[in-house]
Ligand binder design. Structure first.
Ligand code: EPU
Length: 418
């Protein structure tokens, strides 16, 4: 198992290019299941989660190839096995995104029910409820969801809560349904819009993506298309927080500032300076940062996927910050590890009270999930001495070559074997 060894205390400086968004790429790869024509996807990030999804699609009979410019071609002309086995679902819950496309295209699917997860229970009841409203029958058998439908029928679906992959699953399923589907209380995340853009390029008729009501007029078939995956807003935010936390100056290129408003606003509150152009965001910080309270909520509010990184930044800021997590019930696993580096954090229910300390000190810490690992890397970049972050495979799920990117910004960070 790999670990990252970080010598902290060096302000980050320079330009860094952001990769394609993991949480847009995963559903878009699943959209390939909806047509027998080739779907060509540009800007797919090299991540463990993407590899997991590609392995699953290949097992189902999708052919996957890469050309010299790393464009990915997926062709689901012969779907032999509409099954997502437990072995894959347990490693990555986003695998559930194959459910909607498989029922819509094949009329059946056998997808393992995800178990518990490090950050929360994360049930899939809303995915199931929506597909049932469209006429699918879903039975549970030996831990698997067995879904069947002759042809899905358009329906009005009101989601009990805002779910990103739930919205995406139902939107994909509805593209091939008979009649019109309305998804109410839909997720408004930019990744939902990116998926809708890809589906539209494939011939789907979708209106309202990016609002809380998405309407999909079903069509008889979808065709091949080309799509470029949007830039990763969470990777962008992570680099900007790392720049602020180390008192550096970093320009993230290939980024979109318009989809990061809540995060950029909080970074401004720290006292950092921000500037942005059409495809870049620059942050500069020198000296002490103000503590900033954040409360996670669905888009366009502050994203849960940036909560842990702000916790790291707040741990050395001036003052006390309240960090409230409203999306996942167990997303404070990084608190114990940040404490090992000297942070003063107390958890009361779903709020962490972070009292800024003058400095963190390097230690060995353990990553528990993807964004928790990102917060530990940021803490390591700020800490005095050497920090070792173990279980880096969590980080590899969502950050492309993070140590190479950070090294280019001047960080002393290297990967080693545990
Ligand atoms: N929920 C239910 N029932 C459902 C679905 C969701 O109760 O049927 C609950 C969840 O338990 C959670 C809340 O609703 O409490 C929101 O979960 P959501 O379904 O929106 O999360 P997700 O779709 O499973 C995606 C991202 C996550 C990100 C969340 C929230 C992907 C592949 N994953 O997960 O990304 O945190 O939305 O924005 O898009 C990450 O990248 O680190 C990550 C965890």
């Amino acid at each position: 198992m790999d670990k990252l060894v970080i010598e902290g205390g060096i302000p980050l400086h320079g330009d860094i290019a952001v990769s394609g968004a993991k949480n847009a790429a995963l559903p878009i790869l699943c959209a390939a299941l909806l047509t027998s024509d080739p779907l060509i996807v540009h800007n797919v990030p090299h991540l463990r989660d993407v590899t997991t999804m590609l392995n699953l699609l290949a097992q189902m009979g999708v052919s996957v190839s890469l050309d010299e410019s790393e464009d990915m071609e997926l062709r689901a002309s012969n779907l032999t096995q509409p099954v997502a086995p437990y072995e894959l679902v347990k490693t990555m819950r986003a695998v559930v995104l194959v459910l909607g496309p498989l029922i819509a295209r094949c009329g059946e699917a056998r997808v393992s029910l995800p178990g518990g997860c490090a950050i929360g229970l994360r049930p899939v009841d809303q995915h199931i409820k929506g597909l049932q409203a469209m006429g699918a029958t879903i039975e549970m058998e030996h831990g698997y969801m067995l879904a069947r439908a002759n042809r899905l029928k358009g329906a009005r679906i009101c989601m009990d809560l805002v779910t990103v992959t739930g919205t995406e699953n139902l939107m994909m399923a509805a593209t091939l349904a008979e009649g019109t589907t309305a998804i109410e209380n839909a997720a408004r995340e930019p990744e939902v819009v990116d998926l809708a853009d890809c589906l539209t390029a494939m011939g789907a008729r979708i209106h309202g993506a990016g609002t809380d009501v998405i309407t999909i007029e079903g069509v008889n078939r979808l065709h091949g298309a080309r799509h470029r995956v949007m830039p990763d807003r969470i990777e962008t935010g992570t680099f900007l927080v790392a720049a602020a936390a180390t008192g550096g100056e970093v320009r993230v290129t290939g980024a979109r500032s318009g989809i990061l408003d809540a995060v950029l606003e909080k970074l401004r509150e720290t006292g950092a300076q921000l500037e942005s152009g059409p495809d870049w965001i620059r942050l500069s910080a020198n000296g002490a940062l103000n503590a900033v309270s954040v409360r996670t909520a669905p888009y366009p509010a502050f994203p849960t996927d940036m909560q842990a990184q702000f916790m790291a930044l707040n741990s050395v800021a001036c003052g006390t910050a309240m960090v409230t997590e409203t999306i996942f019930e167990n997303r404070f696993m990084h608190v114990q590890e940040l404490r090992r580096l000297g942070a003063d954090i107390e958890v009361e229910g779903n709020t962490a009270v972070v009292r800024g300390v003058p400095r963190l000190e390097g230690a060995t810490v353990m990553a528990t999930d993807l964004r928790a690992s990102a917060s530990l890397v940021i803490a390591g970049l700020m800490a005095q001495g050497v920090t070792t972050v173990e279980r880096v495979y969590h980080l590899d799920r969502g950050y492309e070559r993070i140590e190479e990117k950070l090294s280019r910004l001047g960080a002393r960070i290297r990967r080693a074997r545990s």
